[in-house]
Design a protein around this ligand. Structure first.
Ligand SMILES: [Zn+2]
Ligand SMILES: [Zn+2]
Ligand SMILES: [Zn+2]
Length: 126
């Protein structure tokens, strides 16, 4: 049932685990991976405006839809519509893996899951 997947950067370096709750409020920009520049054109990163860092209100999880990369569709440079390129999304605890997409955040290769809106996790209704 639980399918906590590990997200990795291109080089294989561990990025985060899906559904892992993070408490910080400053995160490495997912879109530019902290470089402050866009991957292909080396222009200023539109997500963090060149700082390499983004802020979010904890608790947050890595965006399941883009797997924390900030890119909406692999092979493109379009920023993820779920996390707006940050790579992290704010959540409300307690959370569980989305039963519909099983944590992938997707209902198909292109569309985000309607149940969790791409986060890969849903609030546990008490
Ligand atoms: Zn950035
Ligand atoms: Zn995302
Ligand atoms: Zn879902």
């Amino acid at each position: 049932m639980m399918r906590w997947e590990t997200y990795r950067w291109g080089g294989g370096k561990k990025l985060a685990t899906a559904g892992e709750i993070m408490r910080g409020s400053a995160f490495t920009c997912g879109y530019c991976r902290g470089t402050g520049q866009t991957p292909k054109t080396n222009a200023q990163c539109p997500v963090c405006r060149g700082s390499g860092e983004v802020s979010a209100k904890p608790p947050v999880v890595k965006c399941a839809f883009c797997r924390g990369t900030g890119v909406g569709h692999s092979g493109t440079t379009v920023t993820c519509t779920i996390c707006k390129g940050k790579g992290v999304v704010e959540v409300k605890e307690p959370i569980k893996t989305c039963p519909k997409c099983r944590g992938t955040g997707r209902s198909s290769s292109q569309l985000s899951c309607l149940e969790c809106r791409g986060k890969g996790v849903v609030e546990v209704k008490l």
